[in-house]
Design a binder for this molecule. Sequence first.
Ligand SMILES: CCOCCOc1ccc(-c2cn(C[C@@H]3NC[C@@H](O)[C@H]3O)nn2)cc1
Length: 448
Amino acid sequence: MTTIQFPDKLKWGAATASYQIEGAAKEGGRTASIWDVFSHTPGNVKNGDHGDHACNSYHMYKEDVQHLKELGVDMYRFSISWSRVIPDGTGELNPEGVEYYRNLIQELIENGIEPMITLYHWDLPQVLQEKGGWENRETTEAFLAYANAMFQEFGGQVKKWLTINEPWCASFLSNYLGIHAPGKTSLQAAVDVSHHLLLAHGKAVQSFRDLVPDGEIGYAPNVGWLEPYSPNQEDIDACKRGMMWQKEWFMDPVFKGTYPETLVKLFAEHNATLNMEEGDLEIISQPIDMMGINYYTGSLGRYKEDGGLFQVEEIALDERRTDIDWPIYSEGFYKTLTDLHQTYGDVPIYITENGACYNHGVEEDGKVHDKERVDYLKQHLTALNRAMEAGVPIVGYIVWSLLDNFEWAEGYEKRFGIIHVNFETFERTRKDSYYWFKETVENHSFER
Ligand SMILES: CCOCCOc1ccc(-c2cn(C[C@@H]3NC[C@@H](O)[C@H]3O)nn2)cc1
């Protein structure tokens, strides 16, 4: 047996998101978000699932906090439902909505768990979508007002903040590929949304410096790794293009104050122009205190002339896939982390999401034997440890997810939790992976 030992300074956490776990969609003054509309539109979500009740965490947050306390983690990453705290998208705060998050934060702190808030985890108020949503530059001002209100309400107790979760998903997956809300299929819309998300991020970072001067703020891009299928230059270039879409497009503006020219040109060739105003990039490239990285999967990449926008096709390294059919590629995690460090320097990195979809149910012994998830976590935490030893400044690892939850267009069938949720009774059952993660956190190490 080999021991994988982590430095004591590495923080451990678990993550969720508002639309995926809260439920109470029409309670406490909350109004519809784009995900309420999208999930209630037939055909958009598997099995017609939606987030009306989700994990019922709006009513069960105290139990969730107890699971976190007994897990022994340092921090809990959750997101705020914008339409719960500001039902009109702009203007008045909803006291009931604010009170829910104040109670959650209080419960966490009283149980020795540090809150990490994600301001935008995809659930834009529908009221704002009806005014153009993120395609409308004005939404960046609405986001700033929402962020400021949250900084003022919770900045005294909450010192770790993320502005935007997975901007690639919230822009291209949602407005070009049409797979997530609002389900558009316009490259121009996606390019506009991606820029406005980054602009909103920069405006919030600027304001955060005044409102929470002792806090840390960042954002949480998602990245996948594409390893060239062969040493042929066309395969190497195809992989660079494919990864640029999630990596350089969302990181160069923040860390270098520029967009990658290759993609600006590629989008223009497909009639999608980057519409910026003077000063936008200065706002976007405000220094941040940390970067969240969400990593799940990777594969080999090979040039394919008719391989879509980036002329690349993905080929799984081997047949092992999770139950959401994503290849398992922990070496890609190591390569992603070392590549980011080489490209963007010593910005502290939180792994804000890493985890696997396995759809085990509760067995007759009342347990959930998700060995495959434990194996996935062992492989990826080994890769993380290698990256730390290679000098990558990783400061935290936050597993996705604490609970099985609403996995967007895949609905409830796809389970990422270390805790099983019965979506009829809302009963929580700790999986084998919960107990393995608890021991790993406790010992800062595991055997493999
Ligand atoms: C190119 C074609 O691609 C078709 C599908 O494309 C994707 C890509 C990525 C995802 C995806 C889902 N998740 C997990 C969530 N992260 C945030 C949290 O809320 C988790 O639920 N991350 N990425 C889904 C679909």
